[in-house]
Design a protein around this ligand. Sequence first.
Ligand SMILES: [Zn+2]
Length: 494
Amino acid sequence: MKELINAIQSGNTSTLSAPGVKVYASSLTQVGNTTLLMVRTEAGKRLLAVGESDLYEQLKGEVVDGAKVTPLSHENRLTLNQYLPYTAPQAFGTQVATMGLGDRLGIASPGHIQTIRGKDIRPVLAQQSIRELALTGRTYEDVLDAAAFAVFQEGYKDGYGADGDHLKKEEDIEYALRLGFTMLTLDCSENIDNTIETMSADEVAAKYAALPASLREHYEKRYLETPANVPGATLNYTREALQKDVLIYDAAINFMEAIFRKYIAPLDRAVDFEISIDETATPTSPEAHYLVANELRDRGVTIFSMAPRFCGEFQKGIDYIGDIAQFERELASHAAIAVHFEYKLSIHSGSDKFSVFPLIGQYTNGLFHIKTAGTNWLEAVRVIAKVNPTLYRRMHQFALDHFTEATAYYHVTTDIEAIAPLAEVSDAQLPDYMEENNARQLLHITYGLLLQAKNADGSKVFADEFFQTMTEQEDTFAEGLRHHIGRHLELLGK
Ligand SMILES: [Zn+2]
């Protein structure tokens, strides 16, 4: 470390190195009298601060050879945010494409930044749902800290977002906003009645007839008597379909409005407010999408994006399943509705949907929000399969043994029987599992169980060795992400 400090003190920063220390050269930053540098020692990543100033004083750490070596703590992250505004999350509005790159492990953001840097799209690096926090044992503080330090490490100054993803409860919304999250994805699934979709026409009519007359008149006047006029969208309201849409979405629209008025409208800062109606049993028709959007606009609710549930299946970690021609037809309408109401179409579970990415790029004119989350975990598993076969085998077996338990959290159509038996696969072939959909889904949905698994003595079954390996292989991991997420961007036209 002494060599590094001497070099910085003498202003000789063109080649920074020291024995036993990894230097993240892109992080080198001058703030007033203080030079900051991200390094990794045997103890882990540290922020090195050389040169006294208020920033130097505020950073909490150990003084070594006349410089400060500070841990990547929450407190130090807040200090960094104060002096380097680009390390704090920001809202993006609707005029630039954005990509949610949820990082469940807290180690994927450097690779994500390297992938997205210089492209016409901005990253939402901090993006986790409460379910993901529970499954990984992390907090929103952890998630933001990891993203901010990654941004610093990479010297990425184009801005990043922080999304409180799929929030349903007011306490969670308050929590995310209090910490400075800049995007909020409101999950309306608990206010969407999934029983309507499978009801008979008579049942629907009876339930609809029981609604207040004024409510029925409101909707009928707006959607049956006045034709919707959205250039580029095909919208045909029938009485029966409208009755269904009202029964399915009216309560959800009230919920969206209430949350907007209570939490978003009063804020003195910008927040990208997204409405999610995707995690339900009911696909969102273009008519339903328009109805929800139109009601929101009339109530003065401004949104950044809307995530409908598209036809077909957007399962985690694998390509689109469904009728691509129907998807294209409906996408054209969904995208036109988003343009009409001046927000972005949001595509959830957007990882690995290679067969429809070109359509998404085309119909949204490159202005979309797309979320990926689990695919970076699969890239991490690919690294483990390559470099630590014994750990991979143990994880794979554990995932098989706990698969049924994990399906409680995610909807997948995995065929466990179709996965090649571990005993018949050589070490060199282990990474091939990450090319096969059933194995991908198996490992995709068991991440929480794998990371949290504990031995009888309380130690972690996999997590410590997993993170140790990933630390040693961080460049391989980043390279895998550049390749995999890079393919997403290319097909999306970015
Ligand atoms: Zn979603």
